[in-house]
Write a protein that binds this ligand. Sequence first.
Ligand SMILES: Cc1cc2nc3c(=O)[nH]c(=O)nc-3n(C[C@H](O)[C@H](O)[C@H](O)COP(=O)(O)O)c2cc1C
Length: 188
Amino acid sequence: MSLLVLSGSIRRASFHTKLAAAAAEELDRQGQTYRVLNLADFPLPLYDGDLEAQGLPASARALRQLFSEYDGFVIANPEYNGSITPLLKNVLDWVSRKDAQSSQYEPYAGKTALLLSTSPGSLAGQRALRHTREILTSLGAFVLPQHVAVPNAAQSFSAEGKLVDEKQLQALSTQLAALGRLTAKLAA
Ligand SMILES: Cc1cc2nc3c(=O)[nH]c(=O)nc-3n(C[C@H](O)[C@H](O)[C@H](O)COP(=O)(O)O)c2cc1C
């Protein structure tokens, strides 16, 4: 049973990349198996059916294979204007497409997901999570009912990028443990 951890932002100083790193550190502490994925390593054009007709981009095929190898996802999901970032939506869309070489891979169905968010504001980017939840559910994944949302991002991470609030760390720990339990049951 293993988890794929990813950030929906590739901005160099991304708070979500820090949140994903905090989740990875906690997974490590819990002895769970995971891999942190950097979406910057998989550049993709904006999805276009005409591009797809020329063949799936290598990054899309590689991501589809990679997603299929993991049993669950931890997604640090930034909010842009109340919704999911174009980067993350584009990745989810490309990975949902298959060709003859990747049709044996199942990236989403029967998998689990935990959603995390943060934002410089007090709402912590939570509005976007409803949209990502719907997208993943429509793709056949089981999204944990609880999410972890960290408000006031600029004050919530230390200079080393660690979560400073003990309660937030505890909430993250609790939800990651719940994700591990559900994922193990589904993967059994
Ligand atoms: C186009 C755009 C729209 C945004 N809309 C929202 C929003 O609706 N709610 C919010 O809390 N933050 C919003 N933000 C601020 C982001 O939460 C903030 O830039 C955050 O740091 C992005 O995540 P990152 O640090 O991981 O890159 C928006 C930012 C951008 C660039």
